[in-house]
Design a binder for this molecule. Structure first.
Ligand SMILES: *[C@@H]1O[C@H](CO)[C@@H](O)[C@H](O)[C@H]1NC(C)=O
Ligand SMILES: *[C@@H]1O[C@H](CO)[C@@H](O)[C@H](O)[C@H]1NC(C)=O
Ligand SMILES: *[C@@H]1O[C@H](CO)[C@@H](O)[C@H](O)[C@H]1NC(C)=O
Ligand SMILES: *[C@@H]1O[C@H](CO)[C@@H](O)[C@H](O)[C@H]1NC(C)=O
Ligand SMILES: *[C@@H]1O[C@H](CO)[C@@H](O)[C@H](O)[C@H]1NC(C)=O
Ligand SMILES: *[C@@H]1O[C@H](CO)[C@@H](O)[C@H](O)[C@H]1NC(C)=O
Ligand SMILES: *[C@@H]1O[C@H](CO)[C@@H](O)[C@H](O)[C@H]1NC(C)=O
Ligand SMILES: *[C@@H]1O[C@H](CO)[C@@H](O)[C@H](O)[C@H]1NC(C)=O
Ligand SMILES: *[C@@H]1O[C@H](CO)[C@@H](O)[C@H](O)[C@H]1NC(C)=O
Length: 484
């Protein structure tokens, strides 16, 4: 087959045009927002090396939009991996009428009514900064605010100092010695809501360790102390020949940071919605995030994960369930893996009304949650004590002690071989309670009647003295007793 000269020229021209349009596209992909520009709708800015992109995004199936940073889509196919969120508590619904722009030296987000709903909140004093501030998205995923008028490239604000749920290589989670406070890595509320969730990670400078907390108070995991090479309780770090870890301390702050020896490897540390800390590595071959390590290893060890009266089963889906006679407080939250609302009784306890006496369900848990008080008496008296006290939610009789719980029960890890406790429920919520009694009673009545019948027959047949009839009656009796 032969091509005519003009045909191949056309092809070459076409290729040239294609290359040309490609360069135009690349050069039009800006990485900055200057004071004369704004970003809205589907516009994005892309870091110079094409690693990260900033713009509006929608979390999961929700209809709300946020300003965020994600890995540049062309590298990660269509997987939208968000690494930072600006307005996590204040979403907008119309991204075309909202604007991200620089006003008086700050990067601000204006909503549909052009009202400020998020700001970098820096108090800038110099007039040059006020006029020449520029926001730049860098190849490490850091969004920085700089004064383009001065020669200094030091940012006066950076997203690395305000992390959300992702800790990128190069960022540091700092403990400020003057404020006695650590910066926090915080989980999302659910996979569709990037608002601050219940879990956080912080640095304790006195013990040189990272600590995971539930609701800002209850500690559920620690990294162990920094020993100069790794954190004691994360041995996985020592296999990590791909990471360069470093811990810094001076009179003002303590901090830890990590980077990758090979910059081609893509890795991130995420505090998941479940409260689990996950070090992930991008796998080019499968186009997925692979888990390098996760802590705590057992998700059920995360404090409060399943909320009040919820139980956790490590290998099941969904991870959390409600105790018998309880139901999720919010089913839609549970559908998005936000279990924090926990469970509530299907029927409230009508406290003090004798005709609606509550009942107890027995559960076996790996570990008893911390109890509120100890009462005196035998096992039976222990139950009565709980039954008669409206605020009592559960009891257990362990080592001759009566343990009583009054508030919400958290962290119930069901385990057949564990400790037994009794949880108070409304008796009408135990569906098989009355019905099964009736069924049993019915069966007993039928069997009794059968026995009487056979007995009656036997007595009668005694007169007949026929061995054949004896045999028949014996068989009938067997059939009836089998039925019972
Ligand atoms: C969004 O909805 C679709 C269909 O309703 C479902 O298949 C998908 O899992 C949902 N995505 C998320 C993140 O919930
Ligand atoms: C814009 O934000 C303001 C202040 O938070 C709020 O009162 C207003 O309702 C928002 N406008 C829209 C259209 O959401
Ligand atoms: C900025 O400051 C205002 C007022 O001090 C505060 O309400 C707002 O939450 C701050 N915004 C951010 C993003 O820190
Ligand atoms: C921080 O802690 C130190 C020593 O414990 C104390 O002297 C200092 O007053 C604290 N600062 C603040 C802001 O709480
Ligand atoms: C978290 O703590 C706050 C008080 O610090 C409390 O009001 C809130 O109910 C707690 N949340 C949960 C889910 O227990
Ligand atoms: C490891 O990280 C430290 C601190 O960030 C840096 O000074 C050092 O050069 C890095 N080492 C290598 C081999 O990249
Ligand atoms: C600590 O902070 C002070 C005051 O902000 C500053 O002068 C000093 O250089 C800082 N020290 C270090 C080691 O960065
Ligand atoms: C939650 O999910 C279940 C099953 O997937 C569904 O039947 C139910 O309607 C959902 N509830 C809400 C409130 O979205
Ligand atoms: C129920 O128990 C609580 C906590 O132990 C106690 O303060 C309260 O007085 C008890 N109520 C009754 C009616 O015994």
């Amino acid at each position: 087959m032969f091509f005519s000269k003009s045909n191949s020229l056309a092809r070459i021209l076409h290729l040239l045009c294609f290359c040309f349009s490609l360069t135009i596209n690349l050069s039009s992909e800006a990485n900055i927002i200057s004071s004369s520009q704004s970003l809205s709708g589907d516009h994005t800015i892309i870091s110079q090396g094409g690693k990260f992109e900033l713009g509006f995004f929608k979390a999961g199936n929700s209809s709300k939009y946020y300003i965020g940073i994600w890995y540049y889509k062309k590298l990660h196919f269509n997987l939208h991996t968000i690494v930072w969120v600006a307005n996590r508590e204040t979403p907008i619904s119309d991204r075309f009428r909202s604007e991200l722009k620089i006003i008086d030296g700050n990067l601000v987000l204006l909503n549909e009514s052009k009202l400020q709903i998020w700001s970098t909140n820096v108090t800038t004093t110099t007039t040059t900064t006020l006029n020449s501030a520029t926001a730049v998205i860098l190849d490490n995923g850091n969004l920085v605010l700089r004064d383009s008028g001065s020669n200094s490239i030091e940012p006066f604000w950076q997203s690395f100092d305000h992390p959300t749920h992702t800790w990128l290589p190069g960022a540091k989670l700092v403990y400020d010695n003057k404020e006695n406070k650590s910066r926090l890595l915080t989980s999302w509320k659910s996979y569709e809501d990037p608002a601050v969730g219940l879990f956080s990670l912080e640095l304790h400078s006195s013990t040189k360790e990272y600590v995971s907390k539930w609701n800002g108070s209850q500690q559920y995991w620690t990294s162990g102390s920094w020993n100069g090479k790794i954190f004691d309780l994360v041995p996985e770090m020592s296999y990590a020949y791909i990471y360069n870890f470093s811990y810094h301390m001076n009179e003002n702050e303590s901090s830890f940071t990590y980077s990758l020896y090979n910059p081609a490897i893509i890795s991130r540390l995420v505090l998941d919605v479940s409260g689990q800390l996950q070090q992930q590595v991008w796998s080019e071959s499968t186009a997925e995030w692979a888990m390098f390590w996760s802590k705590p290893k057992e998700v059920c060890d995360i404090y409060g994960l399943c909320g009040a009266f919820g139980t956790c089963r490590q290998t099941e889906f969904p991870l959390c369930n409600c105790l018998t006679a309880f139901e999720p407080r919010s089913e839609s939250d549970w559908n998005q893996s936000d279990f924090s609302g926990g469970c509530v009784r299907k029927t409230d306890l009508q406290c003090g009304r004798i005709e609606e006496k509550p009942d107890f369900i027995m559960i076996t848990v790996k570990k008893l949650p911390p109890h509120n008080s100890v009462a005196f008496g035998s096992a039976g008296e222990c139950g009565t004590t709980c039954l008669n006290n409206c605020s009592c939610n559960a009891y257990a009789f362990v080592d001759n002690q009566c343990l009583v719980w009054h508030g919400d029960l958290l962290n119930l890890l069901e385990d057949g071989r564990g400790k037994t406790m009794y949880v108070k429920v409304a008796s009408k919520d135990l569906p098989h309670h009355k019905k099964s009694n009736l069924v049993t009673m019915g069966a007993v009545v039928v069997c009794m009647a059968g026995v009487v019948l056979v007995w009656g027959c036997l007595v009668k047949t005694q007169k007949v003295r026929s061995s054949l009839v004896w045999l028949r009656m014996f068989l009938l009796g067997e059939v009836i007793s089998l039925g019972c």
